[in-house]
Design a protein. Structure first.
Length: 351
């Protein structure tokens, strides 16, 4: 069994059930449904989905010493397949998101960075037997970005020198925030060469580097150009999420793939890939929150399992479809979505 660590952004997602038509209206009371309290952020989402797929994960993050922090630590500790390594920062507040999903509209997040602002990579002590580290949402981790993102670069470079495969996912960023004001083109140019697998969405990239928006239509060719840029900057495997169009998978040359660490049992099968992976149709739309993180987990699971790029992409899309339909991406659920995945060497759910 491969050893995997997930580090970085961890929070609580607080999601009220909305009935439609809610708005901020000073002086008025609007009734809403019950509140869902769930683990959120890339660490919980991608880490939890990997655990659901049967891959145990070590979890590294910074949390506050407040009541929300106590709740978050308890929830992580009770999550099957996740071994918590959480640094409690005295006097800090725990990160949370208010998630608004009104019927018929896309989700909106009100996010408090909290203790995530203090995560600087020193929390990660993975040991010598680590195969893969996934770093989630570094653009929401200010301490990792000081000195032109030197802590982020150094963490990734240190792990890659020891043979660890590195993976990074981004989040949509508020341009008014301290990290949103940074030069993200410079940061990505500096760090992506130390990233073996990167899985952003179009919105993630454009919110970080507005110049990437361009002037033309955001068609398939545009998505492919974004992936080309990240490969040119040094990534080995790029998967750009494009919503209903699925994911465009783009990979580097043989030399880059062979330097991508222990998670790739057969790197030559990943050389020079340029392929669209279509999403699965779902009959029930429960939520879009966490779908991108689930796709990342599926892709990483496929890589760890020695699957082909197309097969890994199919697992990624099935994981996203599971989450969108309100289910956990266990092997049984994925086979229900696509019976052909029964031959994808998915382990049984360990939860």
């Amino acid at each position: 069994m491969a050893r995997v660590a997930v580090a970085g952004h961890l929070c609580l997602d607080l999601t009220p059930e909305l009935l439609g038509g809610e708005r901020i209206d000073p002086g008025h009371l609007l009734e809403v449904g019950p509140l869902s309290v769930r683990l959120g952020g890339s660490v919980a989402n991608t880490g939890g989905d990997l655990a659901d797929l049967g891959v145990p994960v070590d979890v590294f993050a910074a949390v506050g010493d407040d009541d929300l922090g106590a709740l978050l630590r308890r929830m992580v500790g009770e999550r099957p397949g996740m071994a918590p390594h959480l640094r409690e920062v005295r006097g800090s507040t725990t990160s949370y998101s208010l998630v608004f999903e009104s019927p018929g509209t896309d989700r909106t997040f009100w996010h408090h960075v909290g203790s995530n602002a203090l995560f600087d990579g020193s929390e990660v002590e993975p040991g010598a037997d680590l195969d893969l580290l996934h770093l989630g949402y570094p653009n929401l981790l200010p301490a990792l970005l000081t000195d032109d993102a030197a802590p982020m670069h150094d963490l990734l470079a240190r792990l890659r020198r020891s043979g660890v495969t590195t993976s990074v996912d981004l989040a949509v960023i508020d341009p008014r925030s301290p990290t949103g004001a940074l030069d993200w083109e410079q940061i990505l140019r500096r760090t992506v060469s130390e990233v073996d697998v990167i899985t952003p969405s179009i919105d993630d990239l454009v919110s970080a580097v507005p110049s990437l928006a361009g002037e033309g239509p955001h068609d398939d060719g545009y998505v492919e150009r974004l992936a080309d840029i990240l490969v040119d900057w040094g990534a080995a495997v790029v998967a750009v999420s494009a919503g209903a169009r699925g994911v465009f998978l783009r990979t580097g040359d043989s030399a880059r793939l062979r330097s991508a660490g222990r998670a790739f049992p057969d790197p030559d099968t990943w050389v020079g890939v340029r392929e669209w992976i279509e999403p699965y149709a779902v009959t029930r739309l429960a939520t879009t929150t966490g779908a991108g993180d689930a796709a990342t987990a599926g892709l990483l699971h496929g890589i760890l399992g020695g699957l082909t790029p197309r097969r890994s992409g199919a697992v990624a899309m099935a994981c996203a479809a599971a989450v969108v339909s309100g289910r956990r991406p266990t092997p049984e659920v994925l086979v229900d979505i696509d019976p052909a995945l029964a031959s994808a060497r998915l382990p049984r759910d360990h939860s």
